[in-house]
Design a protein around this ligand. Structure first.
Ligand SMILES: C[S@@+](CC[C@H](N)C(=O)[O-])C[C@H]1O[C@@H](n2cnc3c(N)ncnc32)[C@H](O)[C@@H]1O
Length: 245
């Protein structure tokens, strides 16, 4: 069943994603490791690729990568990295059945009203499987933003698909499914991080009321700048591997 979701303007956010979203070599390696049955130089389609940072990291690891994204600006950034990108909806991909060894979706399904239909479409164009990176309810509640922005957790719990529903959907599509925790990025919680948050580099920050955002940002800045040392902390996500047996 499709949900009602507020649409984020990704053409507007593209420059911010390009500047502030982490590059993803660790995530790319972790993701491929969950699919031991992939051939060498596997063909990979990154759906909802954003500016193409994960796609570049996958290419560095030897994959042959293409991207699909709805946003014109995101597609332009992907192409500036020398990668192919089609502008397409995840629910209607312009590819024949089983065109790619693997399809990946990182932090995309929470934007899609009918996420099940999108997952089914990704399954259609994949030979070996689909890798979806998402956030579990525990990860949402434990996110650093939940401390500073009171409506953060409720906002994301309402839009991210529930993990058990994703697993059930994958099984209904005939996949072997496995969910595991994965490090998506390492960050130092200092001044640079506060600047990233100020630029709203995560879409949830656009969905919370502006006054709450300002107050939370000030509290976060006070808290983070008080610390003398800023050791690297890790953001965690959940990788759901949908594998064909
Ligand atoms: C939160 S960003 C994630 C970008 C990237 N995958 C990452 O992890 O940094 C979501 C991306 O999905 C794209 N997107 C949203 N809805 C989409 C849809 N229905 N079909 C294809 N792309 C979509 C947006 O344009 C945006 O680039």
């Amino acid at each position: 069943m499709a949900r009602a979701l507020k649409r984020i303007d990704y053409d507007r956010s593209a420059a911010c994603y390009e500047k502030h979203r982490a590059s993803s070599p660790r995530l790319a390696a972790g993701l491929l490791a969950r699919f031991p049955n992939l051939p060498r130089a596997a063909s990979v389609l990154d759906v909802g690729s954003g500016p193409g940072k994960l796609a570049s990291a996958l290419r560095e690891l030897g994959a042959r990568v293409s991207c699909a994204d709805l946003s014109r600006e995101m597609a332009r950034l992907v192409r500036s990295r020398g990668l192919a990108c089609v502008r397409a909806d995840a629910g209607r991909l312009p590819f024949a059945e089983r065109s790619f060894d693997l399809v990946v979706l990182t932090y995309v399904l929470q934007h899609i009203p009918d996420w099940r239909a999108a997952l089914e479409e990704c399954a259609r164009v994949s030979r070996r499987g689909v890798a979806a990176v998402t956030a579990s309810a525990r990860q949402i509640r434990g996110h650093v933003f939940a401390k500073f922005f009171p409506s953060f957790a409720a906002t994301d719990l309402a839009r991210f698909p529930k993990l058990e529903e994703m697993l059930a959907c994958g099984e209904a599509l005939g996949f072997e499914v496995e969910a595991s925790e994965i490090v998506t990025s390492g960050v130092k919680f200092g001044a640079t991080y506060v600047e990233r948050v100020r630029s709203k580099h995560v879409s949830t920050l656009e969905l919370i009321p502006e006054e709450e955002f300002r107050e939370g940002l000030e509290a976060m800045e006070r808290h983070m700048l008080r610390q003398e040392k800023h050791p690297t902390r890790f953001h965690l996500g959940t990788l759901v591997a949908f594998r064909r047996g």
